[in-house]
Design a protein. Structure first.
Length: 459
């Protein structure tokens, strides 16, 4: 319970210090975590996701619960996970980070080295299909994700080989009429349906649906599309809405090399503005263009992202600000809201103390007058009451953790008015010898009016 209270106070202190700059910082980190979690969720790296989930759960348990033995065991497990993950999952990690790079627009830089490995296989398959006039349509993914296109076909996750490509496009196979999608160095899907272009191609009747689909997908996505005509056997390449034909094998290799060359096809700039725009766009699309179930999942991921962002921001805040807990004494106590026609019998203490949390920079500026201690009495009637003391401060980066004392006992008594008779008793023995009582005492006035708290008036 103490750990939970400590975490609550820490979170409250951090949230009380939020400024507009901090809010922007939190939004950026939340978007980054949301995009990263979305990539992890959509990846095929199932075991890595489970390992990451176990690590996060262990970390949260060690933070929240004071369990020394379990903390020691969990720390050992976390260290083992950190050491073993890069060794056991090196291939999966490479693909995972390639997918992350694609998400932020760095696919070309990632694929430049891997693409050259399958170029010979792709070109050899294109040469053979061109010679046999076998129609083919191959889409190579660039910076833009082709997930929507992949969903229209059959997922393969196969190695790019000449034999595999020729088998897919063989006229007798079920997938030969669709497009093949190559992602990084694998055949992601086959038999995919591509969007058609709306522009009129050159007046050549031999340019059919494959060519229109090649131009169409290159208009909407950053992709290189290779086409083999089943009528003429000519090789074509479409990129950025432009169709280049006919091509030789050497020219096709130049087109492919140029597509992955960072000097001619540079990835988008990684400026703060561009990353924020991409992250917000992905966040907006994922939150709006989803089913109710997907929307619920995205909402949960968004909450997790915000929690992770808050943890990271809090850690960064603690690293840049030395947070301290101190006790402040002699804070003036003020009683507020004394009900009408009542009065406090015994006054409360004039000052109180408080344990506060603040930064080292603010500590030197704090005085007892930096705080306001209040004992509220609104809505109370006559009688003895235990009143909570509220201590607050308007100074930024200051959080009051606990007042001392927390409560104060006050008695409220109704104010009454009574008329009392004046009775005079003369003690002759106390008179000087020169004086003598000559008769009964005469008083004027005969009564007096007394106003005050009922217990005192009754006395």
């Amino acid at each position: 319970m103490d750990s939970i209270t400590l975490l609550y106070n820490q979170a409250l202190f951090l949230l009380s210090n939020l400024s507009w700059i901090n809010i922007i910082d939190l939004v950026l980190v939340t978007v980054a975590f949301f995009v990263l979690l979305s990539v992890i969720r959509q990846s095929t790296f199932y075991l890595f996701r489970e390992t990451l989930a176990v690590a996060v759960i262990l970390l949260l348990v060690t933070i929240v619960l004071p369990l020394p033995a379990f903390d020691w065991l969990a720390q050992g497990i976390l260290v083992a996970i950190l050491v073993a993950t890069p060794i056991i999952f090196q291939n999966q990690l490479r693909r995972f980070f390639e997918q992350v790079a694609r998400t932020i627009g760095l696919a070309q830089a990632v694929q430049q080295g891997t693409a050259e490995n399958y170029f010979p296989q792709l070109i050899h398959a294109v040469e053979n299909m061109a010679a046999s006039k076998t129609g083919a349509l191959v889409v190579i993914e660039g910076n833009d994700s082709l997930d929507e296109i992949i969903k229209t076909g059959i997922r393969c996750n196969a190695q790019v080989t000449s034999e595999m490509l020729q088998t897919i496009f063989f006229p007798k196979t079920p997938l030969h009429d669709g497009a093949v999608i190559i992602r990084i160095d694998r055949i992601a899907a086959a038999g995919c349906v591509l969007p058609l272009t709306h522009q009129s191609l050159e007046a050549d009747k031999r340019l059919g649906t494959r060519h229109r689909a090649a131009v169409g997908v290159s208009e909407e996505y950053d992709a290189m599309v290779v086409v083999v005509s089943e009528e003429t056997g000519q090789i074509s390449a479409a990129r950025a809405g432009q169709l280049n034909r006919p091509l030789t094998s050497a020219q096709l290799r130049e087109e492919l090399t140029d597509f992955f060359d960072p000097t001619t096809h540079a990835p988008p700039s990684l400026s703060l503005r561009s990353l924020l725009r991409q992250g917000m766009r992905k966040l907006w699309l994922s939150l709006t263009q989803s089913s109710s179930k997907q929307l619920l999942i995205n909402s949960i991921f968004l909450l997790i992202s915000f929690a992770l962002a808050l943890i990271v921001w809090g850690f960064a805040f603690e690293q840049t600000h030395n947070i301290m807990r101190v006790r402040v004494n002699d804070i003036p106590l003020r009683v507020e809201g004394v009900p009408a026609d009542t009065q406090i019998i015994a006054p409360p203490p004039a000052t109180v103390s408080a344990v506060v949390q603040t930064t080292e920079d603010q500590l030197s500026t704090l005085t007892p007058n930096s705080f306001q201690a209040v004992a509220p009495l609104q809505g109370l009637g006559a009688g003895v009451h235990r009143i909570p003391i509220r201590v607050s401060s308007s100074i930024p980066q200051v959080l009051v953790l606990e007042p001392d004392p927390k409560m104060v006992d006050l008695e409220l008594a109704p104010i009454i008015t009574r008329s009392l008779p004046i009775n005079v008793t003369l003690d002759q023995q106390r008179f000087p010898a020169a004086y003598q009582v000559s008769g009964p005492a005469v008083t004027f006035p005969t009564t007096v009016t007394v106003t005050g708290p009922e217990p005192l008036v009754d006395q």
